[in-house]
Design a protein around this ligand. Sequence first.
Ligand SMILES: Cc1cc2nc3c(=O)[nH]c(=O)nc-3n(C[C@H](O)[C@H](O)[C@H](O)COP(=O)(O)OP(=O)(O)OC[C@H]3O[C@@H](n4cnc5c(N)ncnc54)[C@H](O)[C@@H]3O)c2cc1C
Length: 377
Amino acid sequence: MDVLVMGAGVGGLAVARGLLAAGHRVRVYEQAPGRRTSGAALTIFTNGHAVLNDLGVSLDGVGGRVDRIDAMTSDGRLRTRVSVAHAADRFGFDTKAISRRDLLDRLADGLPDDLIQYGVGCRSVTQDDGQVTATFSDGSTAKADLLIGADGHHSVVRRQLWGDGTVQPATFGTWQGLSAIDIPLTHSHLSLMITGREGACGLMPAGDGMLQWWFDVRWSPTDPRPMAPLAELRRRFGHWASPVPEVLAAASEDDLNFFGHHWNKVRRVWGEGRITLLGDAAHTMPPTLGQGANQTLEDVWVLMRELAKGGADPAVRLRAYEKARYPHISLVSGMARRNPANWRIPPLIGRLFPETSQTTMLIRYSNRLSAPAAKPL
Ligand SMILES: Cc1cc2nc3c(=O)[nH]c(=O)nc-3n(C[C@H](O)[C@H](O)[C@H](O)COP(=O)(O)OP(=O)(O)OC[C@H]3O[C@@H](n4cnc5c(N)ncnc54)[C@H](O)[C@@H]3O)c2cc1C
């Protein structure tokens, strides 16, 4: 088939790889002038890593391996301990914190040079029984058999299918950075999630001497932006137990980015006819479970499996893809909305949680890991 993909982020690049490998003709349109290089690091859990492997994308030599996540109180006591190495042992794919730039580079590696048109944003999409047509910011159009809206959380394709106002702000926002911070944690395989009255702090080794760090604070879109955000973070979190003060002392204003959390209710059917959505376009969620990109990769894995079944009407396969994803993605999205990363679980209760609970949840979140005989694409 001839397929148009809107957006060359995590989902757009991943689905382009899968489609090309399956023998389809693919054209990708990206509104930004080039590949994104900002955005700090993402956590690719066992489920996302397994899909990347199926797509022929290796994470060898990039990022930092994470074996364990310790949830701590702001005064340094252990709330609960989670093993992520357990899922890696069971399924053969470890959890890695990897910069967005490295992930996008690995996804794009080996794709034909003329596959992606940069600086061309999708403005509208239409379809009749046999074809879809996309119209772009430069006035040009493209026609194809299928169209995939992988255009992220402000998706134009979703807006056209669902109308306006479906994505709402969630309760928190994240200040984050990826910095060379030389503390023991940076060189370990341990991630810390620290919660207190002032908000939450996450720290994760991202390889090559880099530490991924973030602070979650209550947020609404009408809040004024602080004039000096790093000074504000130091004022708010600087008294927390080590290593938070060391991280704040070493961080620089240049490393800092802010993202307000957003969420949309996942629909059972999210596409129409020969058009479907993928990734944040279909399921924007707060980053509190670190599953956004992983779930985007899960979308790609299921979509590829459905398209491989063939049949006269591709719309049938697109609806089957959405149906197969719904139970998993609605669970993840609902959980992420409840902001578990910011829960202040008392240590006495937290220590009762089994360290393997992450594996159980990952399997429930994942089409790939819960498939009876998960086969490579
Ligand atoms: C602070 C923060 C931390 C996160 N941490 C994690 C994490 O640890 N682990 C994890 O799994 N996920 C994480 N996520 C979520 C993750 O970044 C997203 O879920 C993931 O990038 C979604 O991929 P996507 O392809 O759907 O969207 P994107 O990666 O956002 O790509 C969408 C692309 O579409 C392009 N585009 C937009 N509009 C148009 C248009 N009209 N026409 C053409 N192109 C267009 C954009 O420029 C962009 O390149 C985090 C998100 C945030 C905000």
